[in-house]
Design a protein around this ligand. Structure first.
Ligand code: ATP
Ligand code: MG
Length: 555
C-alpha cells in the first residue's frame, strides 16, 4: 500500500486556498446520478472528493443528481449508499438531492426572468437545435427571445402549473447565440416533463436541466471546490455565468480532472447496463464487472480500490490504466494475512496402493507458512486423494519437478509419494495414478527432511468438499473497448471459467474473508453458495506462483 498522502494539482490548489485564507474549510460533493451502479471511475471521484475534505478537516456531501425522473431508481440509490460506505467514506448528515432544491431552483429561474436573463422559448426541439448553429457558425436568435419579462413570468408559471404538454415550451438562459462556446448559446434551464419523480411525486411537471441544478446546488451547499471530469470543462463558463447572476457570494470553483479508464474494461453506466441487458454478465454485481458491487463480490478489499486510484493519480491527461495495476493493489491489500487452505481445481485421482484401504489419519498443516501465530489445522489423509491434473505430466521435461511416471513429489504437510503406474481410459486419457507413499517421510517426523524437488497440494477424496469454483478473466479482448464502434464485438468469450473443484473440509466453513488456496490464488466464498454446495470466486491469482514455488522446492 502506498503510505504517502496523495499529492496532485487539485490538492495543491486546495492547499493554496487554505493558506491564503480564501477558505477556512473545504467543502466538496460527490454527485452521482442514481441511474446505475457505481463503477471504478466513480471510485476515483469518491476518493478524491471525500479524500481532500477528510485530509483538510473539511466536509463532503453525497448529493443525488436526480433531475432525470423516469431513468432513476430506488435500487440504485440504495446501492450507491452501500458502495460509498463500503469504500470507507461517510457523508454523515450530508445526504442531499438536487430535488431538495427544486423550489429554490424555481425561484432562481424566476429571478433570472425578472432580470431579463431568461426567457420562455416555444420553438420545437428540432428548431432549437437548428437555431443553435454549429461550431463554425453562429446561432440565430429565437423569435421568442424578445418576449417581455411579464409574458415570460406568466408562461413559466403556467408551465409549472401543468398547462402545457411536454416539449411545448422550455425556459432558456439569455446569454449569447453567437458565443464560440455552444454551452453559452442560450442553454435550456427547464423543460416540461409530465412524469412523476421518485422523490417529489407529481409536485412538478417541469424539471431543471443538469447544468442549472448542479451549479446552484453547489452554491446552496457552500461547496468550495466542485471537482468534475474533463468533459465539463466547456461547461465552466456557464457554471460561472449562473453563479454570477444568481449566487455571486462565496462561490464554488469548478476544477476538472481526467476520467479514469481501466484497460480491457468499460466505465460507463450505459455500457455496463448493456452488458446486463444482453445477458453477457449476470447483473451489476457480476464479479467481472468493474462496478463497486462487482468488485466487492469478487473479493477485492476496499483498501485495494483506494490504493489503486491513488496510484492512478488525479491529472488532466487522459489515461488508460493497466488492469494489472489494480490486481497488484488487490494482492497487496490482501497482504500476507489470508489463511492457507488446499483446494484442487482440476482433480486427478491418486490411489496410494500401499496405504491401508480403511485407514484415515490427519496431518497437521500450518495456516500460514511464515506466521505461526495463525495456528494450524488438521487435514484428513487417506488412501485416495485428489491432486491437480496439471501437477502430473506423463512426458515431462527434465526440469518438471512435480509428479511424473517413476518420479517423486512431496504432498504438502504429508508424505513423499512416487508414481508407479498411470491408468488410462479407452481413449488414452489419464484417469488415475497409482502411487506409493513413503511412510517414513511424514512432515514433522524424523525423516521429514528427505528432499524432493517438488511440493504439491492435495485433498483426501473421501473427505473432500465439492465446490464450484469460478475463475475470472478480463471482459474484453481489446485494451480500449471504448475505441471500438460496437464494444460488445470485442468481448472475451472466456471471461468466466466454472470448475468442479475438490476442497479440504475446513473450507466448508469458510467465512466472508478471502483465503489463499495454496499455489492457486486468493479465493472468497460467493453469495451463490448454498447449504449443500459452496461456490468460490477467485479474487486474484498469485503473482509468479510457479517461479516462487519451484525456487522454494529447489531450496
Ligand atoms: P457514466 O458515464 O458512467 O454514466 P457519469 O459521469 O454520467 O458516468 P455520474 O453519476 O453523473 O456518472 O457521476 C458522478 C461523478 O462521478 C461525477 O462527478 C463524474 O464526473 C464522476 N465520474 C464518473 N465517471 C468517472 C470516471 N471514469 N473517472 C472519474 N470520475 C468519474
Ligand atoms: Mg451523468
Amino acid at each position: 500500500m502506498s503510505q504517502e498522502p496523495p499529492r496532485d494539482f487539485i490538492r495543491d490548489i486546495i492547499q493554496t486556498d487554505l493558506e491564503s485564507g480564501k477558505h477556512a474549510e473545504i467543502v466538496t460533493r460527490f454527485p452521482p446520478e442514481p441511474n446505475g451502479y457505481l463503477h471504478m471511475g466513480h471510485v476515483m471521484s469518491i476518493c478524491l472528493n471525500f479524500g481532500v475534505a477528510a485530509e483538510t478537516g473539511g466536509r463532503t456531501f453525497l448529493r443525488y443528481d436526480d433531475t432525470n425522473p423516469g431513468k432513476e431508481d430506488e435500487e440504485f440509490v440504495r446501492a450507491i449508499e452501500r458502495d460509498v460506505r463500503w469504500l470507507g467514506f461517510d457523508w454523515q448528515s450530508r445526504l442531499t438531492h438536487a430535488s431538495d432544491y427544486f423550489e429554490a431552483l424555481y425561484d432562481a429561474a424566476v429571478l433570472l426572468i425578472e432580470n431579463g436573463l431568461a426567457y420562455v422559448d416555444s420553438l420545437s426541439a428540432e428548431d432549437i437545435r437548428r437555431y443553435r448553429g454549429t461550431l463554425t457558425e453562429a446561432g440565430t436568435d429565437s423569435p421568442y427571445r424578445q418576449r417581455s419579462v411579464a409574458e415570460n413570468l406568466d408562461l413559466f408559471r403556467r408551465m409549472r402549473a401543468g398547462e402545457f404538454a411536454d416539449g411545448e415550451h422550455v425556459l432558456r438562459a439569455k446569454i449569447d447565440m453567437a458565443s464560440p462556446n455552444m454551452n453559452l448559446r442560450d442553454p435550456t434551464l427547464y423543460r416540461i416533463r409530465h412524469i412523476d419523480h421518485q422523490r417529489t411525486g407529481d409536485d412538478w411537471c417541469i424539471y431543471p436541466m443538469y447544468d442549472f441544478a448542479h451549479t446552484l446546488s453547489d452554491a446552496y451547499e457552500g461547496i468550495t471546490h466542485s471537482l468534475c471530469t474533463l468533459e465539463f470543462e466547456d461547461h465552466r463558463p456557464l457554471y460561472d455565468w449562473l453563479l454570477d447572476q444568481v449566487e455571486p457570494e462565496g462561490r464554488p470553483r469548478q476544477i476538472e480532472f481526467s476520467r479514469l479508464n481501466v484497460a480491457y474494461s468499460v466505465t460507463s453506466k450505459r455500457k455496463l447496463k448493456a452488458l446486463i441487458d444482453q445477458g453477457i454478465v449476470s447483473g451489476w454485481d457480476d464479479p467481472r464487472m468493474p462496478t463497486i458491487a462487482g468488485m466487492r463480490r469478487r473479493g477485492y478489499p476496499p483498501a485495494a480500490l483506494r490504493d489503486f486510484v491513488q496510484r492512478a493519480g488525479v491529472t488532466k491527461k487522459d489515461k488508460l490504466i493497466e488492469m494489472g495495476m489494480l490486481e497488484n493493489s488487490v494482492r497487496e491489500a490482501l497482504g500476507d494475512g489470508a489463511p492457507r487452505r488446499m483446494g484442487v481445481l482440476r482433480p486427478l485421482k491418486v490411489v496410494l496402493t500401499n496405504y491401508p484401504a480403511e485407514q484415515t489419519e490427519t496431518v497437521t498443516a500450518m495456516n500460514h507458512p511464515n506466521r505461526p501465530e495463525m495456528g494450524q489445522r488438521e487435514v484428513p489423509f487417506s488412501r485416495e486423494l485428489w491432486i491437480e491434473r496439471d501437477d502430473f505430466m506423463e512426458d515431462a521435461p527434465r526440469k518438471f519437478f512435480r509428479l511424473k511416471p517413476g518420479g517423486e513429489v512431496r504432498l504438502r504437510s504429508a508424505y513423499i509419494i512416487q508414481c508407479d503406474e498411470v491408468v488410462k481410459d479407452a481413449d488414452g486419457n489419464v484417469v488415475e495414478l497409482h502411487c506409493s507413499y513413503d511412510e517414513s517421510t511424514r512432515s514433522g517426523s524424523a525423516n521429514s527432511d528427505r528432499k524432493v524437488k517438488g511440493t504439491i497440494h492435495w485433498v483426501s477424496a473421501s473427505h473432500a468438499v465439492d465446490a464450484e469454483v469460478r475463475l475470472y478473466d478480463r471482459l474484453f479482448r481489446e485494451a480500449n473497448p471504448n475505441a471500438v464502434d460496437d464494444f460488445t464485438s470485442v468481448l472475451n468469450e472466456n471471461s468466466l471459467e466454472t470448475l468442479a473443484a475438490k476442497l479440504e473440509p475446513a473450507l466448508a466453513d469458510a467465512g466472508d474473508e478471502p483465503v489463499q488456496f495454496e499455489r492457486l490464488g486468493y479465493f472468497v466464498k460467493d453469495q451463490d453458495s448454498t447449504a449443500d454446495r459452496a461456490v468460490f470466486n477467485r479474487v486474484v491469482s498469485l503473482r509468479d506462483s510457479w517461479a516462487k514455488l519451484e525456487k522454494q522446492a529447489l531450496g
